[in-house]
Design a protein around this ligand. Structure first.
Ligand code: KDG
Length: 320
């Protein structure tokens, strides 16, 4: 039985080897990535069993993606093949025009994963897990992906799974209005919501972490985390809140940090750790990921987290 099931697109990522505008980049490094897969790999490395529902085309890139997921220990048995549509790819430009930031250029419209529909959902596969994780990227991919997302959330909620939802609004995939309408209806079903100030502004008209958290807690979820990038992260329940600063590390590529954070935070909550401990472990996972190219390659094991925290002289109790 799986601990975690997620659903989303896994793409081939071409990450610029040198910094600067893509028109001047000659070499790219190949990776497999996607917010939900990054999360699933992150939480697998932290000791949980995870599987992903997606669609890929069975070609060289598709085989590469499956090999990566399988070698990371993910359950790939619910990945379906899509004969017609291509696998999504994207390029990453690093440290330009804002040093310390990366930007993405997608080639994914009409991709194999965007063909995912409710018919591709193995309902028992979802029902039998403990946690279902979704992000705002999957419902943005197509109408059929939006319907499949609603359906998966419904099944997970009716079956009593814990649902974690990362708003992850990508405005190159849909409009602000579509994102707001869709995500507000989805967030109600979640137990743990992860978000960030820019998404809060789109959803609730405020970038203030506490105000965002209050709005979401009012809708039903029990826990809200606001990711604050280089300022760390804050977590809220109706009764308590906590805030932890980010660790200072050399930044190579920030893409994937939020997913690693989510894996670190949620795995810690599943283990029964406190909000402070969960935030610190999430921050550690996010910090490690930004020091290399690729979204999950530096996602830590529990042992690596302990070593990282010890080296960074942060105090933490036993990682249960
Ligand atoms: O969170 C990282 C993702 O944004 C990146 O891997 C690409 O999945 C991706 C997306 O859709 O933006």
């Amino acid at each position: 039985m799986l601990d975690v099931v997620t659903m989303g697109e896994v793409m081939v990522q071409f990450n610029a080897v040198s910094n600067g505008p893509l028109r001047h980049v000659t070499y790219f490094e190949k990776h497999a990535a996607g917010a939900e897969a990054n999360f699933a790999i992150g939480i697998t490395r932290l000791g949980f069993k995870a599987g992903i529902i997606t669609k890929i085309r069975d070609d060289e890139f598709g085989r590469y993606i499956i090999n990566v997921l399988r070698s990371e220990g993910l359950d790939v048995s619910r990945i379906k093949f899509e004969p017609e549509a291509p696998n999504g790819v994207y390029f990453i430009q690093r440290n330009y025009p804002v040093p310390g930031k990366s930007s993405v250029l997608y080639y994914r419209k009409g991709s194999a994963a965007s063909k995912l529909s409710s018919n591709d959902l193995d309902l028992d596969y979802v029902r039998n897990a403990k946690l279902f994780h979704l992000t705002g990227i999957t419902p943005a991919l197509s109408q059929s992906c939006k319907e499949a997302s609603h359906e998966a959330l419904k099944i997970a909620s009716e079956s009593g799974l814990t649902i974690s939802f990362d708003t992850n609004i990508r405005l190159s995939l849909w409009s602000k209005d579509d994102a707001r309408l869709t995500l507000l209806s989805m967030l109600k079903k979640a137990n743990i919501v992860l978000t960030e100030p820019q998404d809060g502004e789109i959803l609730f008209g405020t970038k203030n972490p506490r105000e965002i958290a209050e709005k979401i807690l009012h809708m039903g979820p029990e826990m809200v985390v606001v990711k604050l990038g280089e300022d760390g992260a804050a977590a809220y329940t109706k009764k308590i809140s906590a805030m932890k600063p980010a660790f200072r590390v050399p930044i190579v590529d920030v893409i994937g940090a939020g997913d690693a954070f989510a894996a670190g935070f949620i795995s810690s909550i599943l283990r029964g750790l406190s909000l402070e401990e969960a935030l610190e472990i999430g921050n550690a996972a996010g910090a490690l990921v930004v020091t290399v190219r690729g979204d999950f390659e530096n996602a830590p094991s529990l042992d690596d987290v302990k070593k990282f925290l010890a080296a960074n002289r942060k105090e933490i109790g036993d990682l249960r």
